[in-house]
Write a protein that binds this ligand. Sequence first.
Ligand code: IMP
Ligand code: MG
Length: 171
Amino acid sequence: MEMLITADDLRTRIDRMAGEIARAYAGRPVTAVGILTGCVVFMADLIRRIDLPLRVAFLTASSYRGTATAPGQLVIRDDFLPDLTGRHVLVLDDILDTGKTLTRVVAHLVDRGAESVKVGVLLRKIGRQEVPFEPDFVGFTIPDKFVVGYGLDYNDEYRHLPYVGVLPAGG
Ligand code: IMP
Ligand code: MG
């Protein structure tokens, strides 16, 4: 596996991101909403460094390509989400690729009554975005390669790797 971002680089950058987030909210309480499952490693490391009153919540957003739904249709499940009315929400995801997932999730959380919604992503792939969307906090900008590790998967594997690597062609 070709190493793209080392564990050391992840630690250093996520430390800084936590500071950027704390400064942006200036002491206001935040509800961090992670998009499962890709968010988990990044989110666990990030939130422990954010010096703010903070709640933690999750939702799932999956593109089903089965016969029952239209191709690529995004299904959001938020059964475990607390009441977000009046709350400042920080959505956390592993990667911004086409931008479709985050666009839909932000709209969904606004519908759920969030007072504000900001977005933090560990990675942003260049040259892939299909819908206009600007994340508020970005860890690293990466080239258009399929990456795994540190939460990111291929067929649900490799999420546990402590670094971000480029998957060799052919899986
Ligand atoms: P988007 O809706 O196209 O922005 O897709 C975002 C989702 O696609 C992410 O949350 C990931 O689950 C997945 N994804 C996109 N690029 C990669 C990659 O390089 N490796 C692993 N997952 C990826
Ligand atoms: Mg994924």
